[in-house]
Write a protein that binds this ligand. Structure first.
Ligand SMILES: [Zn+2]
Length: 408
């Protein structure tokens, strides 16, 4: 598995240790071709659906939807080798283990590779799984355009991954995604694996405050309508509230612009963005309420204010039975397991609307990802894959639903 992860990581590699395989580029095609070859080698039937998702399927003893694992192999620019690829390669390892032992599960088993997870080339992100979850229509997904002008449908044709299968032929019995944490929590708290209970919701706001631009030397402090100072005070209040009260879990002011933007002018206008995230939707709403209340106070002080929410996603909860199963199997492997939420988006959050779904995280050294320095210890990668295998075995050899296991 580690050798495969390394080999896949060489595709799109640059001299400085990074690799770039933006979705549906020629580098992505090379990566896909390698995955398809490995899936076939492992004895799986390979299907490609209309949005270019790849599925490697081995039939079980019984008919019915498969137990599925999967992730993505597209990357951001100058990425590490683990994000997404780890979950796919670990799935292939399960297929190979089955083939080597001549084993067959009761249920069918599938490894999925989803198209354009990162959203680095085409928007929206999570495109392949988003189509499956019907959060975007197939038609809209196929006509999505990249910043370079390319269209998803044309690029799928060009690289030979415009499949004919309906994405909804592959709705699974249960879905598990194994992924690096991309944050520092497991490493800091000494966890071997994380059982992910939820993906944080987010709300992105753009806030504009207007006062009066004026001379910085001649306008007394008590006669100013300083939009910059008002915006800084508001931004500080919101971020500090997150830091001290955890309302919401994390808050970030990522952009901040002042107009006219001169050293000797009291700002007449300030615009900043606010990224609010929490796995509890009511806490996210409480943080937004603080924003609204602060804006009303500025208005009564004579400022003109406006605010616009330009992206919002409710939190996603994963299946509690699957989380418990993963925890039980992690205990059996003597792994120290932490329950956690994900701050990043993953295909699993789309799959959660289709079938019982959960995720497993392994530690990311220093929490670094989307960076060539992304690293997870080989032992940790092996532990996560072993846990995935055990959980898949339990699910795929059970005749019942995921809420109770009646093994065969
Ligand atoms: Zn990822």
């Amino acid at each position: 598995m580690l050798a495969r992860l390394h080999e896949l990581g060489e595709i799109g590699a640059d001299a400085r240790g990074g690799r770039t395989r933006l979705a549906l580029t020629s580098e992505d095609k090379q990566g896909r071709d390698l995955i398809v070859a490995w899936l076939r080698e492992a004895g799986a039937e390979v299907h490609v659906d209309q949005i270019g998702n790849i599925y490697g399927v081995v039939q079980g003893e019984a008919a019915g939807p498969p137990v599925m694992v999967g992730s993505h192999i597209d990357t951001v620019t100058r990425a590490g080798a683990y994000d997404g690829c780890y979950g796919v390669v670990a799935g292939i390892e399960i297929l190979l283990a089955l083939a080597t032992c001549g084993m067959r599960f009761h249920r069918s088993f599938a490894v999925a590779v989803f198209t354009n997870e990162e959203g680095a080339r085409f928007g929206p992100d999570l495109l392949g799984s988003r189509v499956l979850a019907r959060a975007i229509s197939l038609q809209d997904a196929l006509s999505a355009r990249a910043r370079d002008g390319a269209q998803v449908s044309d690029e799928l044709e060009r690289i030979g991954y415009a499949g004919l299968a309906s994405p909804w032929n592959f709705v699974p019995h249960a879905f598990l995604e194994l992924h690096i944490e991309q944050g520092p929590i497991l490493e800091r708290q000494g966890g071997n694996v994380g059982v992910v209970e939820a993906v944080q919701g987010h709300a992105w706001w753009r806030v504009a405050i207007e006062g009066t631009a004026n001379h910085a030397g001649t306008t007394p402090m008590d006669m100013r309508s300083d939009a910059g100072f008002a915006a800084m005070t508001l931004a500080t209040r919101l971020v500090r509230h997150s830091a001290t009260e955890r309302v919401p879990a994390v808050a970030t002011v990522g952009t901040f612009d002042l107009e006219p933007g001169a050293v000797n002018v009291v700002p007449g206008r300030a615009v900043f963005t606010l990224d609010l995230r929490d796995q509890r939707d009511h806490v996210l709403h409480a943080a937004e309420e603080l924003l609204f209340e602060s804006l009303r106070a500025l208005e009564s002080d004579g400022f003109r204010v406006s605010s616009e929410c330009f992206s919002r996603h409710a939190s996603v909860s994963f299946d509690p039975h699957l989380c418990r199963l993963l925890e039980t199997e992690a205990d059996a492997l003597d792994l120290r397991v932490l329950r956690m939420s994900s701050g990043a988006s993953h295909d699993a959050q789309m799959m959660a609307s289709l079938c019982p779904t959960a995720m497993v995280f392994v530690p990311s050294h220093r929490g670094i990802s989307h960076n060539p320095a992304e690293h997870t210890e080989p032992e940790a990668l092996a532990s996560g894959a072993a846990l995935l295998f055990r959980a898949v075995q339990r699910l795929a050899n059970s005749t019942g639903g995921v809420d109770g296991f009646s093994g065969v």
